[in-house]
Design a protein around this ligand. Sequence first.
Ligand SMILES: Cc1ncc(COP(=O)(O)O)c(C=O)c1O
Length: 454
Amino acid sequence: MNKRKFTLEENEIPENWYNIVADMPVKPLPPLHPGTLEPIGPEALAPLFPMELIKQEVTSEKWIPIPDEVRNIYSLWRPTPLYRAYGLEKKLDTPAKIYYKFEGVSPSGSHKPNTAVAQAYYNKQEGVKRITTETGAGQWGSALSFACQHFDIECDVYMVKVSYDNKPYRKVMMNTWGANVYSSPTNLTEAGRKILAQDPNSPGSLGIAISEAVEMAAQREDTKYALGSVLNHVLMHQTVIGQEAIIQMEKAGDLPDIVIAPFGGGSNFAGLAFPFLRLNFEEGKNIRCIASEPASCPKLTRGVFRYDFGDTVGMTPLLPMYTLGHNFVPAPIHAGGLRYHGAGVIVSQLLKDKLIEARSQNDQEIFEAGVLFAQSEGIIPAPEANHGIATAIAEAKKCKEEGTSKTILFNLCGHGNFDMKAYQDYFEGNIVKSELTQKEINDSLAELTTPEIN
Ligand SMILES: Cc1ncc(COP(=O)(O)O)c(C=O)c1O
C-alpha cells in the first residue's frame, strides 16, 4: 500500500515562529501616519494591540519562541496531517505528484486558530478583558471565539452581512464559544452608520467590519482589537504550517517544486509558503510559491502597489500594499474570507520583488475544482480553500500537457462543512458570475488620495 498520510508527533510541533523579514532582500516599507505621512512608531499601535504583539510586528529577529502554553493548546489539533492526493492525481491522469496540508482539523475548522490562540494568550498576559474583531467567512471569528473562551476573554465579532445571512451556523458556533456576533455594517458604530447612510442594503465587506471593530476597541481601556490576517505578526504565527510541512515532505522523500495557497490577506499563504521561501533564501532552492485569489477581488493580479488604509473608513495606519482601493466592495462571492481589498505588507513586497507569484480564478472554476477534490479525496473544502485547489489542478494539468512530473503542495486551509449553502448554489447554477471590469477597478483606485510608491 502506498503511504498516503504523513503525520508527526506532538513533540514535533515547531518551537519557534519564523519571521521572514530577517531574510527578505528588500525590507518592507514602514507604515505611515495618515495625517503627517511620517512613519509611525510601535507606540501608535498601543491602543489597539498588546505590547508583545506590537514587538512581534516590528521585530527583525528570525525566530520567535512559541510560549509553552500556546504549544500546549496547539497540541489539541497540531501537528496537522499532510496527505498525498492519490485520488486527485488519478482523476486528473497527471504525472504530477500532488500533496496537501490539511488545516481543517482544528476545532474551528481552519488555519485561523494558529494565530487566534497566540493573540488571545498575549492579550491575557497584559490584562485585556475584551477583544473585538471582524470576520468574513466566519472562520476567523470562530477561531478567535474559541481562543478567547480558553483564556476567559470576552469576544465581540463583527461579521460581514453577506456571510452572516448565508452562514447562520457559523454564528451559532461563535455563540457556543461565548462570543457576541453582530451583522456588519451595524448601527452600533460611527463607521457602520456612515456606510448604511450611503447604502442601506450594503452586503458589508471585511474592510467595513474592520472599521467597526477598531472603533469599538479604541473606545475602552480594557478592550483590544485582533486581526485575522494581513499584519506581520499574524502571518508569522501561521508559519507552524510550513515548518511542519517541510518535515512531512522529507518523510515522503519529496520536496515541492510548487507551493500553492489561497489568498485573502495573506496569512495561510504565508503560513505554508514562508518556511519554503526560507529554503530558497538559505539553500538556494527554487521553489515557486503561488497565491490564489478570486477574480472578483484581484488585488495581487490587477491591483496597484501603493499606500492604502487597511480598513474602509480610513482608521488604520497607511500600509504599503497591493490594493484595489479601500472603498472597493467585492461582489458577494462565497469565498467570504477572500473579500478583502488589500494584501499583507510582507507578501506585497515579496510579490513586487517577484519572489512569489499570483493567480486568480472565478467562482465557477473554484467550485468545479472543489467538487472534483471532494469526489476524489473525500474532504469537502471551504470555498476559500477551493482557490488553492483550482490553481493546483491547473498546474497538474500543465504537467500532463508538457509531459513533466512536478511535485505540487497546496494548503487545504479549511473544511467546508458549514458551507453547504455555497455548494447548493453551485449545484443549482446560482453562482455569482462577477466580471470585474477595468473601469470598476480604475474608478475605485481613482478615489485614493494616499501616497504612491515609486
Ligand atoms: C478557510 C479560509 N481560508 C483562507 C482565508 C483567507 O485568509 P488568509 O489569506 O488570511 O489566510 C480565510 C479567511 O477567512 C478562510 O476562512
